[in-house]
Ligand binder design. Sequence first.
Ligand code: ADE
Ligand code: ZN
Length: 335
Amino acid sequence: MINNLIKVLPKTELHLHIEGSLEPELMMELATKNGISLPYETVDEVRQAYQFDNLQSFLDLYYLGAASLVTEDDFYQLMWRYLVRCKEQNIVHCEVMFDPQTHTQRGIEFEVFMEGFVRAIDQAKSEWGQSCYLIMSFLRHLSEQHALETLAAAQPYLSQITAVGLDSSELGNPPEKFARVFAAAKRAGLKTTAHAGEEGPPDYIWQALDILEVDRIDHGVRSIEDSILMQRLAEDKITLTVCPLSNIKLCVFDDMQQHTIMDMLRQGARVMVNSDDPSYFGGYLNENYLQLHETFDLSVDDLSLLVKNSFHGSFLPDSEIQHWLSQVDQVIDNH
Ligand code: ADE
Ligand code: ZN
């Protein structure tokens, strides 16, 4: 019964890297078309390579795969396929991260990926009313200067971008490194989020809150190590975009039983569920909820709280959040 409720509830996804939704089939097809050489002969070989020890071992493969994306239509195909998944999984609103530097560093112009993304988003909106915001994420292993240049290059597209984010190799690249670019993004009217406390210590979460002044935190699972931080997150209603399957695949926790998402929820943190890089981590959003249910035997109230948190944490206008919260109640009542 909960399994079915998971599927039919309207949901949001707030932590999804579009490059991480690149399925091996599309990766191989585009690499062949574009004459990009990959160290794999078959789709099965690509899948077999998806064994990770930590975040970096995943990122190495993720950047390799992203190199198969070259033309406007490649980026359109990538975004379109994810938005079709949203329709199938009742993800009524999504906030999708993209990494411009992953592409500009290979000589792909901003307009190439932006036009592909926006074409798919506009089509999904007109075909079935899909709501989708874009989050431009800076690569933290690169310099702040490079991030500032990326923000400047994004200027003509800012009306199509809702927020900035911070991702890639966390350890050794603390949020404070990006203080000036986040301040500039805020001045430009953008919302902000940052990966913090995925592999990095609670101090990185404090920095994201107090130095970058982010609107929400991506992952943040290591906040449970710091009780004062947990209080702060609860008091300020900071959303944590938690990604259960990702955390298992990247060895943040040994297995789902060890995952602390339900402890964090019980301690009052506004946690919600996401897929992060679904093609690499073995499941889209519903599979993340289903695995949580299999492990923690979620009650209807647990599920309702997680799904409502997903709307509260979104950058949607208040009126739309209220609309979806009442839809969630209605679907639960009718179930
Ligand atoms: N880029 C794509 N997925 C990521 C993750 N889980 N953490 C940091 N950077 C990422
Ligand atoms: Zn992520």
